[in-house]
Design a protein around this ligand. Sequence first.
Ligand code: MN
Ligand code: MN
Length: 289
Amino acid sequence: MFDLLDQCSGFMGASQDYESSNLVLVGAPMDFTVSFRPGTRQGPQAIRQVSIGLEEYSVLLDRDLAEYTYYDAGDISIPFGHVLESLDKIGQVVDRIIRDDKFPLVLGGEHLISLPVIKQVVQKYPDLKVIHFDAHADLRQDYMGQTLSHASVMRRVADLVGGQNIYQFGIRSGTREEFDYARANTRMFPGKVLEPLKQVLPELTGHPVYITLDIDVVDPAYAPGTGTAEPGGCSSTEILDAIYLMKELNVVGMDLVEISPVYDHSERTALLGAKLVREAILVFGKSSI
Ligand code: MN
Ligand code: MN
């Protein structure tokens, strides 16, 4: 059905049946525009591997993965080193998932993979709002002359959806120009996550919402396994609470990016990723019972 890498052990509890699943996990193992430390191409597989260490039941949600039908499509087979072709391939796979009326939950990979995903999602939902969790603004016009870079991804998303439709939380790193741009164009809440998210929930209600979650929004103490770790972030509990807070929103797609197993010696970052995926399936997926 999709052109995929043959290396998928599957997220825990995933169905074998694409047709009956209303949420589809897919890995986008791309990491070649990163500025500092590569390795996120192995993120999706690491998340799947540690997922089996978690329970399928979430006590805080009182929901169980056994009551949800979701499909793990594996990792998209992308031509390494070729940015445009790789983004195009990711877009094609997500286009198919969305046309089939399924929720795409995309695992990175570097943050640039969000661009082709959001490009497809906004075609279906023109009044899309984007919620962005990150340590970094990702609003550079270009990075070393490249307009397609993980450091520019939200600037390119702003070109697509309009900066006023982007809500940025936890941001604590960037250039002066990026923050000037944010003050004039996006809805940015530097540093904090939960308080500002609570404040904007009313204005997000009723709109289709896409979530892009860069794991480095979380403090390196909780999530060291990432390419550009930035001290001073939120806790793992807070980012899980952010997922619970968005329960009432009309979330139509999500990605989780920048988990890098190379720097994740205790696997705690992958484990947090797997738990975020579990809770996201339970919150944004549809129960089959
Ligand atoms: Mn980012
Ligand atoms: Mn980041």
